[in-house]
Design a protein around this ligand. Structure first.
Ligand SMILES: Cc1ncc(COP(=O)(O)O)c(C=O)c1O
Length: 386
């Protein structure tokens, strides 16, 4: 290295390559069936692809408006009204982002100031903590317990302080596959009503919910939605995680602030993809209406195929993930177990401890069932030999 080379002091010293990238690489190296990272091994709707090609050919290839193309924001507003009984303002409340990840980052950056406390529930999705840290916030993690991973609202209230600024929740929940009830939102409102606390509700699996009562969105709660950012992802809904188009819905004053971040982070999102998604939402609403059935069938294939294995399968009410307890199979910790499973058994999974800050004493792994039936059956056959 020359004497002129500089090594920046890291702003995120504790972070390395994510476990998702690591496990996918290990899976490839060992030719393992990859049930680790959350992406489908099948393609999205033809109509959506055709509309993308159509809009590219039509010359819709220049910058989109900063907030998202009008047709897409209108379609989102109508879908939100239909599903959650609240029609967000097309111009002020909806922002199209580069996947849900950008919406989460923009919201956290806009709302969290130096020294603010942010509450999240562990296990939690891995993009929240670094965003909070970069904003100078202090993350307070509340550990949820298997098998039901429900919030203890007394414990939650005990975590509140004068510095609490934001609560981050995720329903349907990756990785536990549990969903919030309306009663949870009611309890959250009761706890924070008298304080200046915002809510960031990560609902990227809103259309993959198997619970009898359906998906409870923060947008369906009349008071909470006045201080909430709800985040969605087209990647999850249309099996197109590589398109990286998502959006968020928030009241005008909050949207105005998060748009300031979005404006200088990406400015705007892929134009022809947005136009294609607007067409898709209008032309084939049955796609998202039938999505629970579509994924329930895949979940059941995997659950049934594992019924004779030594793995204990936890309840799954939403998302395309399933948790399995391997206590009867191995004494290894979950990271070592997943490495062993990939190399020796040929199935890649995600260890649950990577979603938690504190040591995670349980022996749980996450399996992704957004896969073709043949993939799921082949993986289950290997897992049944454990
Ligand atoms: C809970 C959760 N939030 C956000 C995301 C990111 O979504 P996107 O790919 O649209 O950025 C994911 C993707 O796996 C997720 O599981």
């Amino acid at each position: 290295m020359s004497n002129n080379a500089l090594i920046p002091q890291s702003k995120l010293p504790a972070l390395g390559t994510t476990i998702f990238t690591q496990m996918s690489a290990l899976a490839q190296q060992h030719n393992a069936i990859n049930l680790s990272q959350g992406f489908p091994d099948f393609d999205g709707p033809r109509y959506l692809q055709e509309r993308l090609a159509f809009h590219v050919a039509q010359g819709a290839n220049q910058y989109a408006p900063m907030t998202g193309v009008q047709a897409l924001r209108e379609a989102i507003a109508d879908k939100t009204a239909e599903l959650y009984g609240h029609k967000p303002d097309v111009n002020t409340d909806i922002t199209v982002t580069a996947g849900a990840t950008e919406a989460l980052y923009a919201a956290i950056t806009a709302l969290v100031r130096q020294g603010d406390e942010v509450i999240c529930f562990d296990p939690s999705y891995d993009s929240y903590a670094p965003a909070v840290e970069l904003s100078g916030g202090v993350l307070k993690r509340i550990a949820l317990q298997p098998p039901h991973f429900r919030v203890d609202w007394q414990q939650f209230v005990a975590q509140l302080s004068d510095r609490t600024r934001l609560v981050i929740l995720n329903t349907p929940h990756n990785p536990s596959a549990t969903v919030w009830r309306k009663a949870d939102f009611a309890a959250l409102w009761q706890a924070i009503a008298d304080r200046e606390i915002y809510v960031l509700s990560d609902e990227v699996y809103e259309h993959i919910c198997f619970a009898e009562q359906g998906h409870a969105s923060v947008l369906a709660h009349p008071q909470l939605r006045e201080r909430a950012v709800a985040v969605s992802s087209f990647g999850k809904t249309y099996h197109m995680t590589g398109w990286k188009v998502g959006y968020c819905v928030a009241p005008a004053a909050i949207s105005a602030e998060l748009r300031k971040v979005h404006q200088y982070l990406t400015f705007s999102v892929n134009t022809p993809a947005q136009l294609a998604l607007a067409d898709m939402l209008r032309a084939e609403p049955e796609h998202y209406r039938q999505l629970p059935e579509f994924y329930r069938a895949r979940r059941d294939v995997l659950v049934n195929a594992l019924s004779n294995s030594k793995l204990e399968i936890l309840p799954c009410e939403g998302t395309y993930f399933l948790l399995a307890d391997y206590s009867a199979v191995s004494d290894l910790d979950d990271v070592s177990f997943c490495q062993w499973l990939t190399k020796e058994v040929g199935v890649a999974a995600i260890p649950l401890s990577v979603f938690c800050a504190d040591p995670f004493p349980h022996k749980l792994i996450r399996l992704c069932f957004a896969k073709q039936e043949s993939t799921l059956l082949a993986a289950a056959e290997r897992l049944c030999k454990l």
